[in-house]
Design a protein around this ligand. Structure first.
Ligand SMILES: *Cc1c(COP(=O)(O)O)cnc(C)c1O
Length: 356
C-alpha cells in the first residue's frame, strides 16, 4: 500500500534524539530554543514559540489575543476539529463561513455578512497547505478592527504574494507526525508582536517568569527537547520536502483526468500538505476509495463530517447551513503526495485514479 502520508526520519533525526538522551536533559531547553529560532527565520517573523501540539498553540493564540466569553470568532467548518474546539475552549462562539469550492478555504465574499458587534477575530485555515486570500481577508479585518489568527497547521512554508503564512496575524502550526515538518507531537505560534510573544511564553509555563512566582493563570504546554531535536533536523529538510511535494503534485495534476484536480492561482505558494481531488457530482466517493485501496493506493478523507455537523457542536450552536462545505465533505479524496514517493508510485497512483 502506498501510504497517504509517511513521516521522514533520517540519520540526523536519530542522532539528534540520541544526543538529547545522552545529555540527560529532556525538558524544554536548548533544542526548543534552536527550533524556535529556525522556525522564526523560515517564517519571516520575529518570534516563534514552541508548544506541545498545534491544538495547544491555537489555544494559547486565542487566549493571548484576549478572546473569551461573549466574543464571536469567524471561522470555517471545513477543517480539523481542533480549530473549532479552541474557540469553544475559551468560551467564545464560532461563527461559520462557507468555503470556496476551488480553494477549499474561507470564501472572502461571505465574511462581511457574518460580522456582528461581538466579532473579535477571523480564524482562518490554510487548508491542505493552500494559503487563504490574505489580501482580501486582511482588508476586511482592518476595516472592521478584527484580529487575524491563522491556523497554518498544514501550511508551513506556504506563501501569499511571496509572504509566508503565519506572518499576517498570529500564526499557529502543528508539528504532528504527519505534518510537512514534524516532531511527533508539537506546535508553534508565530508573531511579530513582542508583547504577544512574551504573553504566549508565560501562558505556556504556568505564567512563570521567575521560578514559582506566577504572574497569571497559565498552562503546561511546553515542548520537550526530545521532540524539538527531531524538529531542528527536519527544518533543514523543509525546502527539499516542499520542492518534492510540489513536483509530485505537478505529476499528479498532469496525469489525472478522471476526477477534479486542484488548481493553484497565481501568487499562491501551495505546499501540498494534502493533494485533494473532488469526485464529480453523482459519483460515489466510498466506492472510489475502496477501488483505490484495492489498487494499493492509500487515501484520506479530510474531513468526512464538517465541524458544524459534529453532535456536540450542533447542540451548542444549532443548525447551520454551509452548502459548499457539506458538498465538499462528500466529494474530497486526498491522494499520496508526500516527499518519499517514487516515480513508479506516482505512476501507480495516476493509473489507479484514471481507472475510477
Ligand atoms: C493538525 C491540525 C491541527 C491540530 O494540531 P495537533 O498538533 O494535532 O494538535 C489543527 N488544525 C489543523 C487544520 C490541523 O491540520
Amino acid at each position: 500500500m502506498i501510504p497517504v502520508s509517511k513521516p521522514y526520519l533520517g540519520e540526523a533525526e536519530k542522532q539528534a534524539v540520541l544526543e538529547v538522551l545522552e545529555s540527560g536533559m529532556l525538558v524544554q531547553g536548548p533544542r526548543v530554543a534552536k527550533l524556535e529560532e529556525k522556525f522564526a527565520a523560515a517564517s519571516g517573523v520575529k518570534h516563534a514559540i514552541a508548544t506541545s501540539s498545534g491544538t495547544t498553540a491555537l489555544h494559547l493564540a486565542l487566549v493571548a489575543n484576549g478572546i473569551g466569553p461573549g466574543d464571536e470568532v469567524i471561522t470555517v467548518a471545513f477543517t480539523f476539529i481542533a480549530t473549532v474546539n479552541c474557540i469553544l475552549f475559551v468560551g467564545a462562539k464560532p461563527v461559520f463561513v462557507d468555503v470556496d469550492a476551488e480553494t477549499f478555504n474561507i470564501n472572502p465574499d461571505l465574511i462581511e455578512a457574518a460580522i456582528t458587534p461581538r466579532t473579535k477575530a477571523i480564524l482562518l485555515v490554510h487548508l491542505y497547505g493552500y494559503p487563504c486570500d490574505m489580501g482580501r481577508i486582511q482588508a476586511i479585518a482592518d476595516k472592521h478592527g478584527l484580529k487575524v489568527i491563522e491556523d497554518a497547521c498544514q501550511a508551513v512554508g506556504a506563501t501569499y504574494q511571496g509572504r509566508t503564512v503565519g506572518s499576517f496575524g498570529t500564526g499557529m502550526f502543528s508539528l504532528y507526525a504527519t505534518k510537512n515538518v514534524m516532531t511527533g507531537e508539537g506546535g508553534m505560534i508565530t508573531t511579530n508582536d513582542d508583547a504577544l510573544a512574551e504573553h504566549c511564553r508565560l501562558l505556556r509555563q504556568h505564567g512563570m517568569k521567575r521560578r514559582y512566582y506566577h504572574e497569571m493563570l497559565g498552562y503546561n504546554y511546553r515542548l520537550s527537547d526530545l521532540h524539538a531535536a527531531i524538529g531542528v533536523a527536519q527544518m533543514d529538510r523543509l525546502p527539499d520536502f516542499t520542492a518534492k511535494r510540489r513536483a509530485n503534485a505537478a505529476v499528479l495534476n498532469g496525469g489525472i483526468t478522471s476526477v477534479i484536480t486542484p488548481k493553484v492561482k497565481d501568487g499562491y505558494g501551495h505546499v501540498w500538505h494534502q493533494y485533494t481531488v473532488r469526485m464529480p457530482a453523482g459519483r460515489d466517493r466510498d466506492a472510489a476509495v475502496k477501488q483505490l485501496t484495492d489498487a494499493g493506493v492509500g487515501t484520506g478523507v479530510f474531513y468526512p463530517v464538517p465541524a458544524h455537523q459534529q453532535g456536540y457542536v450542533r447542540e451548542q450552536l444549532g443548525e447551520v447551513s454551509l452548502p459548499v462545505t457539506e458538498r465538499l465533505s462528500k466529494e474530497v479524496i486526498s491522494l499520496p503526495v508526500h516527499p518519499q514517493l517514487t516515480p513508479a508510485e506516482l505512476e501507480t497512483i495516476v493509473a489507479a485514479v484514471n481507472r475510477l
